[in-house]
Design a protein around this ligand. Structure first.
Ligand SMILES: [Cu+2]
Length: 341
């Protein structure tokens, strides 16, 4: 060992490079083994930090990265996610096992130079690696289609209908509700909502409506989170009627585990029953232009009484009626961007 405590010989300038240098790192020299031994605890510590410093508790792990569900429908999506992971993990374990088995039991002989048996035109094997992936895909397809059909089921008379209007680059919310209790007015569907097909809107009698509309600079007064705030009643079924005024957006409330595209000229509909009080974050999930990343919103799930009060507050603030929902669903000719000035 050199006087300065290092095992490495030093050249005249202290950085090595002399012919007396011991070869390093090749063929398992003592130096490289010692280096490895030194680094192993560091690598293990780094791995431990990576695994534990993510801010997740043990309760979060079974969800495999999904947020905690906040609607009655969301656990179905979570189960699909977990099932897909279980299937992928089982496939992965089988493949990794076969790789390890080949590596260990079919490694090249140290003494003989040999060519492993060359297998060609083995019909059973070829049939197996064609059929097995098809079966895997078919099973995933079955569960996805089953859950999608269930999630897109709509009730004849939902308790609440909200027309979500996407535009560059914020959101408007038309609460299709009879706030004043007068069933006689308005008589029919107001012109702002006329573009929505009747079967998707299910316009309730006397719903004069209230609205709220945001800008990218809006903020939730409670949390300070950016974007306008959509209020929803806990434990009651809400139908979202999604319309766009310009380009394709996507309505995504993160803990609902559900998003759907907001398409100009095509009305999408889905229903949820929020079952968790609180304020959640939502965002546009479709790249829709320059300020797409600022197209954020908040969802505030409150008790039904607070929800009704909020509708009255909007009416009192003069936000009665509706904002134009967007582009008509009929005909591709109308499916063009409106000129805004
Ligand atoms: Cu968008």
């Amino acid at each position: 060992m050199s006087p300065n405590g290092s095992d490495l010989p030093h050249g005249p300038n202290g950085v090595g490079g002399t012919p007396t240098h011991r070869p390093q790192g090749v063929g398992g020299s003592p130096t490289s083994r010692r280096g490895l031994r030194r680094r192993l605890p560091q690598a293990l510590a780094a791995g431990l930090v990576l695994a534990t410093a993510t801010g997740c508790s043990y309760k979060d792990y079974p969800r495999l990265g999904m947020p905690s569900p906040a609607t009655e429908q969301a656990p179905r999506i979570l189960a699909l996610w977990q099932g897909s992971w279980a299937a992928a993990l089982a496939t992965g374990c089988l493949v990794w096992g076969l790789i390890l088995w080949s590596v260990i039991f079919h490694r090249r002989s140290r003494t003989k130079v040999e060519v492993p048996p060359q297998t060609r035109y083995n019909l059973p094997i070829e049939a197996l690696y064609t059929i097995v992936p098809i079966v895997v895909i078919a099973v995933l397809f079955y569960f996805t289609a089953r859950d999608e059909n269930k999630l897109l089921e709509t009730s004849k008379k939902p308790q609440h209908i909200i027309n979500v209007v996407g535009f560059q680059w914020s959101w408007g919310f038309n609460y299709v509700e009879n706030v004043d209790g007068n069933a006689a007015t308005p008589k029919g569907v107001p012109s702002e909502l006329a573009e929505i097909p009747a079967n998707k809107l299910s316009f309730p009698a006397g719903a004069e409506g209230v609205y709220d509309v945001g800008t990218p600079a809006s903020r939730n007064p409670d949390t300070g989170n950016p974007g306008p705030t959509l209020w929803l009643p806990e434990g009651q079924t809400v139908r979202f009627v999604l319309t766009s005024r310009d380009v394709i957006h996507s309505f995504w409330v993160i803990p609902f585990l559900m998003k759907q595209d907001v398409i100009p000229g095509h009305t999408n509909v889905f229903e949820v029953t929020p079952n968790k009080l609180g304020t959640f974050m939502g965002k546009c999930a479709e790249l829709c232009g320059q300020d797409h990343s600022r197209m954020l919103f908040n969802v505030k799930v409150v008790t039904p009484e607070q929800y009704q009060q909020h509708l009255k507050d909007l009416a009192a603030a003069g936000q009665t009626g509706y904002i134009p929902s967007g582009i008509a669903t009929t005909g591709n000719a109308k499916n063009s961007e409106p000129k805004t000035t």
